[in-house]
Ligand binder design. Structure first.
Ligand SMILES: Cc1ncc(C[n+]2csc(CCOP(=O)(O)OP(=O)(O)O)c2C)c(N)n1
Ligand SMILES: [Mg+2]
Length: 1159
């Protein structure tokens, strides 16, 4: 790579500002823009706008204006410079900028002459594009003073400054303070006569006050002694000022306005250069080049092209660097065009951070992206040949198979490889990739290095591996959804672990999953600066712009408990989505515009320019490792064939496909370029082709005998975990009483000096009492005990979701806030000595379901020794994450052989809060359960693997202790299975929903202890201690959730003794064994399923066939013998009328307990 040469910089020629921000955003940035650019030597030396005559003496003098007056001086109504200069909106600049120049505003400020200056246009400088310069600079003979001797000029300047300053004494005071402050700071570092720095935001109308003129005098004296001791631009200024001819002929006569206009031009390239960049390989896109990239907009013409200018800006990098050499306008434009309008279009001016922008400017403006040496080029070519040949090979061998080929976007593969190599050089050790269909096989084969023989074998129909002990095969997935992982050696000899996450067809759904996985990897590898583990997401142009989860994922990137130190996004932008043109698929200019919500740079690159693709891919890796934030590479390419290989694209994109037909491949283009440059011979290219072809053929031959190996789903952390077919011992979950007491204290005692809210204090006092007495433990404490005991056993616990720290229902208070200082305290962070800060993580999330649930799912998949929970605000909202439930959580293990023990907490319950705050829609989770309703699985305690075989568990528990055991069970088993908890709302504070500490411990004889020990109870039998045979019970009511308490309350109130109520705590997998036990206990009882949900919802449709199967097995009847008590079928989940709710609830409870048999 070649760095453009730069000149050494003479220090201290400009005013400084402390503003470290950069960018270009609307109003605030316009001001910032002004501050950033105007500290040029020209602005500081003389900032003027008009010539005015002294009404008494007739003497003409310039009118000085400061930044505050520039806008009015330039005839702008407001100070929105960016719009005025056409930077933001090219259409908006016409208002004030007319053919005659800027139209002056009616003035209200008094001029020195006491008039309001409304003398007309002739009193203002003429900066019409045609003249470009201040008229008086070149033409007006009355400007003789300006070229006059130093002394008189300076006196004049001083006079003018002083008289200005006197109008604004108050403001000058502010300036003086700033001067002093800055001067003190500078003194120690510079002996040279430097301008006194002024925070320009503080400048008033009189910024060139008396002290400035002293400064000018000093500077001039220094210059007179040694012209080279001052900055070149000051040198130029004084030469002009004293009438000397500039050493640089071109510089002679560079006006303030020209300086400004050049700055605007440079800025326009930085902001809008990408609009002129050559991005589309097909050259189909009709783009109007922005006017603000036209020199005429700034008053220049071809006649100026060979004039020389200087435009260095303090604290800028790249083209505008302060030490930049003097250049002709032509070379400036060439430079800017090359940097911004070549094969790469850069968007970064939305980034607020100046250092980041400067870093990018250096990379963009000072580095030539095309300068790779010969060796690099041969490697790049080799990789491009692999990428191209891979697709060709599949196309010739399987002509009609769907593979969603990469043709047209083949440069992705070398780009990715170079990106990964660069990332590895910069410290990345592991990359997790998420991507959809397009080019996936190519990425799998060429980047992740899945064995080609395996890919080819899968193409030939694949062989479903034979089921054998320990080799669970699941139901599988199509080849372009499968994932894999591989340790890949890098260019510099390092090892890079690569994995591609399996994903569903649902575009972009895998994004948050990948990010969550990376975050977990970072936790487990102590990657605290997040530089070793990185995510790369590959998107389609249609889906990146269209799918909301993209935005949800992007928005996790900066959140403390979700950030992964930056994701690299690559868009394979083939300018079509299936059959839809971009113009119909998005409203934004680019498909990547969504990323502008972050401070992410976006690099658009012409996919036909191999080296430009490599350059931006490397740049993205560098950005990520340097700034630890997201970055986007948009590879603008095309899709050579249809959406898939059996599609006819000309039905819908005839013109595009005519062009594509005659368009050379990116490989052809690159080969030609390298041959022309003499970097490689045609023979050598043929040799590489031959090598690749023969390997592909070899692998194809091997694929016929390919035998799928034992699945690699058990990564290191999962060693020893059981597959769904291996029997895993059921473990007890009770905890020793002394441990319960110890952790109980840790979670209930607050630090002495912590000033908690008094209501929270009361809650914690009560909690302490619960632990102390061992009685009345409520839901929140039960949950905290589960977390604490898992932590003490060395497990990681992470709970995230909206408002989970306090808890939606103000019940959890996992994080409390000091009422005076605002400090936070999380009791569960203090369970172990020196507990890792993140070991227990509870975090309020962004207001997203899809994104956050996906993230937690990914997180949970990394390491089994963690309890990862996501809580919905109300269960009703979980359907915003439906894709994650459907495509990943319920079916991921079966499709992709990956386990997760993710816990989903879904607050649910009919309490009159209306149709959107009542139902978690348990029916949906149950409907997706994979257990057979007509077959009772092996239920012998020693042989049982019912849960392992099922896809997930759905529970609706009714006691804090059972919740505690349910959570602990997730970890205390040799397999992982997702758990959906239909969580309570009013039970959180229900007087009867309490447990005793003895329900949590493992002491034999305690209530929680049954035949096997203390465990989660899948079914809670009637509380009345019934014997094994109760013939006097006329009805057995089976229910789940909080309804139990309402039924029991009514039964107690009405003194009903012949109705038994059992709670089905685990709905799925169905507890056949325990149901059968209860059916046998009450041989004469009418069997009722009671629920508060409408008949078409709730658990009824899931329970009924399974209950029937259980009944049949013990001769207790058939389907018709199951009586339903609950709400009638309904479209809405619940009524919106509280009174209707109350009546409905009352009626169903009454009916469940009625004396007469139920019809
Ligand atoms: C969420 C979702 N909606 C719709 C589809 C159906 N679909 C498959 S590919 C595709 C077009 C994708 O276009 P783009 O993102 O540009 O990727 P490309 O195929 O062009 O690479 C569509 C609509 C899908 N897979 N997922
Ligand atoms: Mg597309």
């Amino acid at each position: 790579m070649i760095h453009r040469p730069s000149l050494p910089h003479p220090e201290g020629s400009v005013f400084r500002t402390d503003d470290s921000r950069d960018g270009h955003v609307a109003d605030s940035s316009s001001h910032r823009w002004f501050r950033e650019f105007l500290p040029t030597v020209h602005r500081n030396s003389l900032t003027y706008s008009s010539v005015q005559a002294n009404p008494i003496t007739g003497e003409r003098s310039p009118r000085w204006v400061s930044d505050r007056n520039w806008s009015s001086a330039m005839g702008l109504r407001d100070r929105n410079w960016s719009s005025a200069m056409g930077l933001r909106d090219r259409n908006r600049n016409g208002r004030e900028w007319t053919a005659n120049g800027f139209v002056p505003e009616p003035r209200t400020t008094k001029l020195e002459d006491g008039t309001d200056g409304s003398g007309g246009v002739n009193r203002w400088m003429d900066i019409r594009p045609s003249s470009r310069k201040c008229e008086f600079w070149n033409r007006d003979s009355s400007m003789g003073w300006f070229r006059a001797s130093t002394a008189s000029g300076v006196v004049m300047i001083r006079k003018s400054l002083i008289s200005q300053a006197s109008h604004h004494s108050t403001r000058r005071g502010v300036i003086a303070r700033n001067f002093q402050h800055e001067t003190l700071r500078k003194k120690s570092t510079s002996a040279a006569p430097v301008p006194r720095p002024v925070p320009l935001s503080k400048l008033t109308d009189s910024f060139l006050d008396g002290s400035s003129s002293v400064y000018l005098e000093e500077l001039q004296r220094t210059w007179e002694n040694d012209p080279s001791s001052v900055d070149a631009s000051w040198d130029n200024f004084f030469r002009n000022f004293t009438g000397q001819v500039s050493s640089s002929p071109g510089l002679c006569g560079q006006t303030i306005q020209e300086s400004m206009q050049l700055l605007l031009l440079a800025r326009a390239y930085q902001v809008n250069g990408h609009l002129k960049a050559n991005l589309d390989p097909l050259k189909m896109e009709e783009r109007e080049f922005p006017q603000d990239l036209n020199i005429a907009t700034y008053g220049f013409s071809d006649a100026d092209l060979d004039r020389e200018f200087f435009i260095g800006v303090w604290r800028m990098s790249g083209f505008l660097a302060e030490n930049q050499k003097v250049m002709t306008l032509r070379s400036m434009i060439n430079w800017l065009e090359k940097a911004y309008c070549g094969s790469i279009g850069y968007e970064y001016m939305h980034i607020a951070d100046r250092d980041q922008c400067n870093w990018l400017r250096e990379k963009i403006e000072e580095v030539d992206p095309e300068m790779y040496n010969k060796d690099r080029r041969v490697v790049i070519l080799d990789r491009l040949i692999w990428s191209t040949q891979f697709e060709n090979f599949l196309a010739t061998k399987w002509t009609a198979a769907k593979r969603f080929g990469l043709e047209g976007g083949e440069t992705l593969i070398p780009g990715m490889k170079e990106m990964f190599d660069r990332a590895a050089d910069l410290g990345v050790e592991s990359i997790t990739i998420g991507m959809s269909h397009r080019g996936r096989l190519n990425v799998l084969g060429n980047v992740v290095r899945k064995p080609l023989s395996q890919i080819f074998n899968e193409f030939s129909g694949g062989i479903k591996p034979v089921d054998e002990a320990g080799l669970y095969t699941g139901t599988g997935d199509v080849k372009y959804h499968l994932g894999t992982s591989y340790d890949r050696p890098t260019r510099s000899g390092k090892k890079l672990h690569l994995s591609l996450v399996a994903n569903p067809s649902h575009l972009e759904a895998v994004d948050p999953v990948v990010i969550g996985k990376i975050r977990a990897k970072q936790y487990y590898t102590n990657d605290s600066d997040r530089t070793k583990n990185m995510a790369v997401l590959i998107h389609g142009d249609g889906s990146f712009a269209g799918q909301g989860v993209v935005y949800e994922t992007l928005h996790l990137s900066g959140l403390p408990n979700y950030t992964t130190g930056g994701t690299i996004h690559i868009v394979v932008n083939n300018q079509v989505a299936f059959t839809t043109d971009p113009s119909c698929g998005r409203s934004s200019q680019y498909c990547t515009d969504v990323a502008k919500t972050l401070n992410a740079p976006i690099f658009h690159v012409n996919g036909d320019d191999m080296e430009a693709v490599v350059y931006v891919c490397e740049l993205a890796a560098e950005w990520r490792q340097k700034f630890h934030s997201d970055v986007v590479v948009d590879i603008v390419c095309y899709r050579r064939f249809g959406h898939n290989e059996i599609d006819e694209p000309s039905f819908t994109q005839p013109k595009m496909y005519q062009i594509i037909q005659g368009h050379p491949t990116s490989l052809e283009i690159y080969q030609k370029k390298l041959v022309e440059l003499g970097q490689i011979s045609a023979d050598e290219i043929q040799r590489i082709h031959g090598k690749v072809k023969s390997i592909l053929n070899e692998e194809f031959a091997n694929s016929k005998d390919y035998v799928p190996k034992k699945r690699d789903w058990l990564s290191n952390y999962w060693a020893g975990f059981k597959s769904p077919e291996q029997i895993s011992r059921i473990q007890n979950t009770g905890v020793k009483p002394d441990i319960l007491k110890t952790v109980g204290k840790a979670i209930t005692i607050l630090p002495e000096d912590f000033d908690a809210h008094k209501a929270v204090k009361r809650i914690f006092d009560l909690r302490a009492q619960m632990i102390e007495t061992g009685q009345g433990i409520d839901w929140a404490v039960g949950e905290a005990l589960a977390f604490a005991t898992l932590l003490i056993e060395g497990n990681h616990v992470r709970l995230s979701g909206q408002d989970v720290e306090r808890g939606t229902f103000s019940h959890r208070h996992a994080v409390i806030h000091d009422q005076k200082t605002g400090a936070k305290y999380c009791p569960l962070d203090h369970i172990r000595i020196n507990q890792n800060e993140e070991m227990f993580t509870v975090s309020n999330s962004s207001l997203s379901e899809f994104g956050v649930l996906g993230f937690e799912l990914g997180y949970s998949m990394e390491n089994p020794n963690s309890l990862v929970l996501w809580e919905a605000q109300f269960g009703d909202f979980s359907n915003g994450a439906q894709v994650i439930f459907d495509q990943f959580l319920s079916s991921g293990e079966s499709k992709w052989l990956r386990q997760t023990g993710l816990v989903v907490l879904l607050p649910h319950g009919y309490d009159g809060q209306g149709p959107e705050h009542s139902s978690a829609r348990v029916e949906r989770f149950l409907q997706m359960s994979g257990d057979n309703p007509y077959v009772i699985p092996e239920m012998d305690p020693t042989l049982c693997n019912q849960i392992q075989e099922c896809n997930w568990q759905v529970a609706n528990v009714t006691t804090p202790a059972n919740y505690f055991h349910l959570l602990r069970r997730q970890i205390h088993r040799d397999f992982r299975k997702p758990l959906i908890v239909i969580a309570p709302k009013n039970l959180l504070r229900h007087k009867d929903c309490k447990s005793n500490l003895s329900d949590f411990d493992d002491v034999e004889g305690h209530p929680g202890f049954d035949k096997q020990g203390t465990r989660f109870k899948r079914l809670i039998k009637d509380k009345n201690d019934h014997s094994e045979l109760e013939e006097g019970i006329r009805r057995l009511v089976l229910c789940s959730g909080k309804l139990y308490y309402e039924l029991d309350d009514k039964r107690t109130k009405d003194g009903i003794k012949d109705v038994a109520i059992c709670r089905v705590e685990q709905l799925c997998p169905f507890p056949y064994d325990l149901i059968k036990r209860e059916l046998k206990r009450y041989p004469k009882a009418e069997i009722v399923w009671c629920q508060e949900e409408p008949m078409n919802m709730g658990a009824y449709n899931y329970v009924a066939p399974r209950l029937c199967t259980a009944m049949k097995s013990v001769n207790r009847g058939f389907m018709d013998d199951i009586k339903y008590v609950g709400r009638s079928p309904s479209a809405a989940t619940a009524t919106g009328f509280a009174s209707v709710h109350t009546k409905e609830q009352k009626d169903l409870i009454k009916k469940a307990l009625q004396f007469d048999s139920i019809q």
